[in-house]
Structure formats: C-alpha cells, structure tokens
Design a protein around this ligand. Sequence first.
Ligand code: NAD
Length: 499
Amino acid sequence: MQELSHWINGKHVKGTSGRFADVFNPATGEVQARVPLASKAELDAAVEAAAAAQPKWAATNPQKRGRVMMALVNLINRDMEKLAEALSREHGKTIPDAKGDIQRGLEVIEYCIGAAQMLKGEFTDSAGPGIDMYSMRQPVGVAAGITPFNFPAMIPLWKMGPALACGNAFILKPSERDPSVPLMLAELCKEAGLPDGVLQVVNGDKESVDAILDNPTIAAVGFVGSTPIAEYIYTRGCANGKRVQCFGGAKNHMIIMPDADLDLAADALVGAGYGAAGERCMAISVAVPVGDATADALIERLIPRIEKLKVGPYTAGNDVDYGPVVTAAAKQNILKLVQSGVDQGAKLVVDGRNFALQGYEDGFFVGPHLFDHVTPDMDIYKKEIFGPVLSTVRAASYEEALGLAMDHEYGNGTAIFTRDGDAARDFANRVNIGMVGINVPIPVPLAYHTFGGWKKSGFGDLNQHGPDAFRFYTRTKTITTRWPSGIKEGSAFNFKAMD
Ligand code: NAD
C-alpha cells in the first residue's frame, strides 16, 4: 500500500511518529494509502526550518515572488488532469467538480501574481516641518493553515498563495482524508521556484493542530472546517497571542419568492443542493418557498429533476452528477439525520435511503433526499448534514423567510430567487449572512473579492482571499522621518500637534 509523506525543506519526508491514518477511495471503500500523522516534535522541527528559510524569502522583492505565483499558475494548468484525477480518487467528487476545485484555487494564485501592487504602502509627504510619514506591510513571519477535506486543492491554495506572496513561510496541515493533492501542489511550488523550507506540508490530526496552536514561532493561523473545531482553534490560538481566522460550518437558505422563475430556481436548487454530494460549505441545504402555491409548484418541479440525478464513481465520466461522500462515518451520519427527519415528522418526498450501486456495494454512496414540511425545531434543520439532502421549510411571507435565515446560527451563504428588485435589495441589505446571491444559488466571491461567513460560520475579523488576505498575512509598520534640514532651531521631538 502507498505510504504518503510530509513535505519538508523541499522534499518528501517519511513520518517518524509511528501513527498513520487510512486514506480511502470513497467510490470502492478500499484503503488506497496511509498518511503519517505528525507528532509535536515533527511539527516543531518543520516550523524551525520554515523560520530559518523565511527572512531570505521576505527579502526577495514582491515582483519576484509574484513571478513564482505566475509560474505556479502555469504548472497547475499543465497538470490539471493529473491533479483532478488524484483529487477525485481520494475525495470522490466528479472530475468536472475536481477541476472546479482546482480552478477556484488557481484564481487566487493568479490574484497573488499582483503581490507587488497589493503590498504597496502609504506615504505622506510633509506631515510636519521636514517630516514625512510612511506605512509598510511586512510579513508576519511563519503562518499556518489547517484545511478541510471537501476542497483539497482550493482551500490550501487560498491559504498558501497569499501567505507566500506576502513573504511569509507557511505550514500547511491539510485534511488527513485527502492529503495527496496538497503534496502535489507543494512539489509544483518547488518547480515554480519557491525556495526550500518556505512551504512545509505537515500531515496530521489533532496532535499536529495543537502543536501549531502552541508553537510560539507561528504568528498567524488560518482554519477552515467544522464549527466546533473552528471555535476550538480560534479560542486556543487567540489565547496564545496569535492572529487567527476560522471559517466554520453552514446551513445555507435559498428563498424562492412567488414571482421567481421556478424552473430556474429548481435547476439552481438541484445543482447547489446535490452537487459534490452536498459536501460544499456553500451548498444550499434549505429551500424556503414563500407561500404554499410556490412551495407546491417548486416541489413538483424538483422531484423529477432529483429522481433523474445520476450517482456514481468519478471514473464513469460525464454521466455522473455526483459521487460518494468522503467516509463510511459521513454516510452513516447523513442517514441517521435523514431518519431523524422522518421520525420528527418531516415529509420525505424523495427517499434515497435504499440507494445501491451495482459493483460499488462498499462505496460510500448516498442517494438524493428531498424533505418537505420541515420545521425549525427538527434536527435536519438545525444541524449541518453535509450530504445530498435538501430540506424545504414553507414560509407564509417574505418576512418569515428572511427571519428563518437570520435566526439560524450559521451565516455562511444565502440566496433569494425573485424578479422583484425591491425584495432583492431589501434582502441583501438586511440579511445577517456573509455572502448573498440574487438569483445566484452559490454566491462564492471571486478571488479579488473576499470570502467569509458571519455568525457561527466565521471567527475573526478578516476574510479569506481578496485584499483581506494581504492584510491577514502582513503587519503594518508606520515610520515617521525627519532629516536635519527639517529640524528648526528650538523645535522639539515631543508629542504635540504638527505645525
Ligand atoms: P473538520 O473540522 O473535521 O476538519 C478540518 C481540519 O481540522 C482538518 O485538517 C482536521 O485534521 C482538523 N481537525 C479535525 N478534528 C480536530 C480536532 N479535534 N482538533 C484539532 N483539529 C482537528 O472538517 P471537515 O470534515 O474536514 O470539513 C467539513 C467542514 O468544513 C464542514 O463543516 C464545512 O461546512 C466546513 N467548511 C467550511 C468552509 C467555509 O469557508 N466556511 C469551507 C469548506 C468547508
């Protein structure tokens, strides 16, 4: 069986802790590799080496760092097929989805080519007599990123790109469920010209995460994953004096107004609810039609579309709409929640519980489910299911629909489908959620805007990618200068208003 490694000082390094995790092929249920789980000592050594490599990288001018990003873009494009295949094999998503995962990460690397522009400081000429003042952005030093299984290319790239472009060294701790693509990306970074040691990939679990949180050399930590872990990392990292940003779970509502184009809304719901087996933090998991007539017409359109979905392995090519979920435990959890929905009185109008795929009996496939008449007290409404399950909550009015989205503890993304500009504008202004779509079901902002949820979906005050990423991975220093010709007789350097 293949034994994966860490990536330290520009090469693959075997784990020495003696601990490993199995990496599955979710389509077959087979263990295809094992990944080493780093000890605290291994993590600390990787950080020490990163800290040694960082000053030279920070002293490399930002345009040259941008060129490394440009080379990385070209190399990722060159290896797109290979990366997508490796990604699908460990994650289970279809090849087009895997390419989308890589592409959305790549776009952030493209954005980072402009590091020199992003890192320009501010300057005030003659702030006082002979006094000039300027601010500059300096890298934080060593930063770390802890990433989830569901976007094994995109989220590592969102983290490492801006951190490296800013002149930091970076420790990536990817998900232990699908670690191969992050390791391949590290190889490509080296080929693109990134000096050894500046990027370290340390595989692991809680032990290495805790070591990151407690290591005094690491100045900033970015996390993406489930909310309980996000809260834990935010609290422990902040208590240790680090800059921390954590992005957590989601329960994204889509409101369908009576005037909406219902065919468009139904198509959008199927793509956003079931794509990637519902394992997207921006998946729509709750449909909120306004009025019973809208609800009935929507359900009538959804059922045939959902029943037509093709579930299968990525190797079946374009015939497949979505693949298996990531582990047997994830599958069990989804089916348990579906059963709770039935027990608590929701109406299961598309029942995927008995889904089976010939030849793939041991794969982690879950059939599509659609619930109607879900109420806010049910577990399927309160909890993140992270599977191919869409819940319909009927609202009597727009205000009730808006209230549902606002009262939910998560606040990652949301959408409204309507032809009414007033309703759309009101929704965008009032809703307490980080990313909003108007007739767009998955409103993931592009690389040059920022990505981040509110409430229990985001902790910390800066978002991912876009200008916020350059703020998160740098510290501002402000310098006040006065040269002899500006020093007048008797003028003092004391604390007073400038003349
Ligand atoms: P997870 O929280 O289980 O794992 C995320 C990372 O944390 C992994 O690297 C894992 O090794 C580590 N980890 C797990 N348990 C830990 C523990 N007890 N202590 C310390 N570290 C631990 O999340 P996941 O299952 O990999 O990913 C799915 C979750 O991520 C979903 O909740 C999804 O909504 C969320 N997500 C959020 C966003 C966002 O931007 N808000 C994006 C993608 C995924």
